[in-house]
Design a protein around this ligand. Structure first.
Ligand code: GLA
Ligand code: ZN
Length: 676
């Protein structure tokens, strides 16, 4: 189930918190939201305190009034939050166990949000009960589009509830303490556990120390897995109740793309549709946002997702909160649609007056009227989305190229204790994704459990942890003609972070046709070079971060290191394997080499870009019932001359193009081309 079928146009709206305002303001809000073309509001995100003022008392009067007010607006849909992201103050007073203990080992007090222990029986009981009451009361609303559980689940708890639950989680996983001792390699530093009760949460009081270091990697990795599961269990407890009472209403929560604490690939399997909050830094490359969209889409199995939040203008929580320049909100909204969103939603409708979000952008500013740049831009986009209707809703992107992103691998590489502390897994993955995205090659972000049959090309940079069966899966993929690209810091460890004794890259060794004898970590700012004598990649290209010292075992050497004691040894290798090929980058390549490499490899794999590559011009393709929609976005700050390769019509302006027609796409402008 997802939103499709329930909607007839791109949903447009977002968080609305009228409880922060006197009721006189609500009617004016309705006038303004109508004017802006808003047709969905997310309500009740932080209302637990109001809904349950004491343990045995519930009061839905304000929410009733809010729902009545917004429902009076024709066509207004509701995304109803369960409000469980902040427990009420009385609960913290009466049941201190609902409060988290942080990684320093300090018991938190009431305050902030997402401050509830995920393993607190009291929190579990009352959050599920609130969800039940909401479902019973509002489940029959005709305009209820979706349930929104909690809000941005995040962070971790290290309290005694969690410690106990961790032991149970470990017992289920390892069965015996001996098996745990073996998997955790506890004979190191005399860590042998005699009893499950010896195991404590790996906080700064035990195995970990700032910034994010640990003396027992697998324990810390297992804690990440456990904590992600614990928060997921909170989600599932509420979702279960909602499903029981309103099986027809899709259920979701809002995610945050490359967010460290939560294994969203696991979460996505339990969500009716993916919803996520997109807050790119003003100077983030557009391809980085694209990767986040693709990652989120992938977590939902490729189905359309919801852009649940973005700011219409400005955030407040960065050190420097620059305004989105004119046209950028529109451009980034279309970018979400281009990558598979069926909604454009904001945080928030009206700007708060007090507390830490008072300077966060909103559609209605503090001045309270519509005569602002931000309102005008929002209303203009609202009108445009109305015009677009449902043409591309519920369509899919189809990709022959995929990039692997795996949370366990992120945890393991980040916590690894050597060879370099500059290893940033999402950014390493991004370098490779970027090279494909810049060429407008439709690219999916996949997990180790994603079927690979529909792909021709798989990039798996920094595939440090090779989970059971994954090496075989890649071998099958390559034997069948697939091309696999990997490299430095790959094939190092199993799912328990036990390092291979088969010679690096372990299970990938025969596939890559090489053995990595040693790995050199380069100091910041230092680099070696890839030297390539001939062919399409010929040149000298920067190699940094890590340099593997490679002994080929059948692989062909494409590049050699330029300097140091391993000068002249292989730096980039290619191995024929079955009907396919494997490429191994011994060191981190610079962007220019990666660009050339992406062009070469896509050519070899017969992967055509969706649209001719052009600096700063992004293009994606959504397909529905054989009908193709190509989104073309100009991320440049200047007009760009593009050549439209096919006959098509722009759905935004109704302008028709003939094949090879030149067009000057204004800065930040967008085309939505119907190519049928
Ligand atoms: C998150 C939250 C919102 C709000 C915004 C501000 O995405 O979900 O409640 O705090 O950040 O950017
Ligand atoms: Zn806890």
């Amino acid at each position: 189930m997802n939103l499709a079928g329930k909607i007839s146009k791109v949903l447009y709206g977002g968080d609305y918190n009228p409880e922060q305002w006197p009721r006189e303001v609500w009617q004016e809000d309705m006038r303004l939201l109508r004017l802006a073309g808003i047709d969905i509001v997310t309500l009740n995100v932080f209302s637990w305190a109001a809904l349950q003022p004491s343990e045995n008392e519930y009061d839905f009067s304000t929410l009733d009034a809010i729902i009545e007010t917004v429902s009076a607006v024709e066509g207004m849909k509701i995304c109803l939050a369960t409000g469980t992201a902040t427990h009420p103050a009385w609960m913290a007073r009466k049941y201190p166990e609902v409060l988290r203990v942080n990684i320093e080992g300090n018991k938190r007090k009431f305050g902030a949000r997402q401050n509830s222990c995920p393993n607190s029986p009291v929190y579990r009981k009352y959050s599920a009960l609130l969800a039940r009451k909401l479902a019973e009361r509002y489940g029959k609303l005709e305009n209820l589009a979706a349930w929104h559980i909690s809000n941005e689940y995040c962070s971790a708890c290290y309290c005694e509830n969690c410690e106990k639950a961790f032991r149970k989680w470990l017992m289920q996983k390892y069965k015996t303490i001996e098996a745990l001792n073996a998997a955790w390699n506890t004979s190191f530093w005399g860590h042998t556990y005699y009893d499950w009760d010896d195991i404590v949460a790996p906080s700064f009081l035990s195995e970990e120390w700032p910034p994010g270091r640990t003396s027992c990697q697998i324990q810390s990795i297992d804690y990440r897995r456990f904590n992600s599961d614990s928060l997921l269990d909170c989600y599932l407890a509420e979702a279960g109740v909602l499903k029981e009472i309103t099986p027809h209403v899709p259920v979701t929560t809002n995610m945050m793309a490359t967010y460290w604490e939560l294994d969203y690939r696991k979460w996505g399997k339990h969500m009716d549709f993916i919803a996520w909050d997109n807050y790119p830094a003003m100077d983030a490359p557009y391809t980085r946002t694209a990767m986040n969209h693709a990652l989120m889409r992938g977590c939902g199995g490729g189905k359309p997702f919801a852009l649940m939040e973005q700011t219409p203008s400005v955030t407040n929580w960065r050190p420097y909160n620059s305004l989105k320049r004119p046209g950028i909100m529109r451009l980034w909204s279309y970018q979400a649609l281009a990558h598979g969103s069926d909604t454009v939603m904001f945080f928030q409708m009206r700007r708060s007056r007090g507390c830490c979000e008072k300077f966060h952008g909103a559609i209605i500013d503090h001045c309270g009227h519509e005569n602002t740049r931000v309102f005008r831009e929002t209303a203009a986009l609202g009108a445009e989305l109305k015009k677009l209707g449902d043409v591309f809703l519920d369509s899919r992107l189809e990709s022959k190229a995929a990039v692997l992103f795996d949370w366990d691998n992120w945890w393991a590489t980040h916590l690894s204790a050597g060879p370099t502390s500059d290893m940033n897994y999402p950014e390493e993955v991004f370098r490779f994704y970027n090279a494909l995205a810049r060429r407008n090659v439709s690219t999916d972000m996949v997990g180790v459990d994603t079927p690979l049959d529909s792909y021709k090309l798989l990039f798996a940079p920094v595939l440090y942890m090779v989970k059971p069966g994954f090496a075989d899966k890649i071998k099958t993929f390559v034997r069948g003609g697939g091309v696999f690209v990997t490299g430095y810091f790959s094939g190092m460890a199993d799912q328990n972070d036990l390092v291979t004794t088969e010679g690096y890259p372990g299970e990938l060794r025969s596939l890559c046709g090489l053995w990595v004898e040693e790995t050199d970590a380069l100091l910041p700012g230092n680099y070696n070079n890839f030297v390539i004598k001939e062919g399409p990649l010929a040149g000298t290209w920067k190699a940094d971060l890590l340099c593997d010292i490679i002994r080929p075992e059948g692989a062909e050497t494409i590049a050699r290191y330029e300097s140091d004691f391993y000068a002249g040894t292989p730096a980039l290798c290619r191995n024929n394997y079955g009907g396919g090929a494997v490429w191994y980058f011994g060191a981190r390549p610079d962007a220019v080499l990666l660009d050339r490499f992406a062009a070469l490899i896509c050519g070899e794999c017969n992967i055509e870009p969706v649209f001719p590559p052009h600096d700063g011009i992004e293009a994606t393709r959504r397909i529905k019932d054989g009908r193709e929609f190509v989104f073309v976005l100009n991320h440049n700050t200047v007009e760009s001359q593009i050549t439209i390769p096919f006959a098509c019509r722009d759905l935004l302006t109704d302008k028709s193009f003939s094949p090879s027609e030149r067009y000057a796409l204004p800065a930040a402008d967008v085309l939505v081309l119907d190519v049928t």
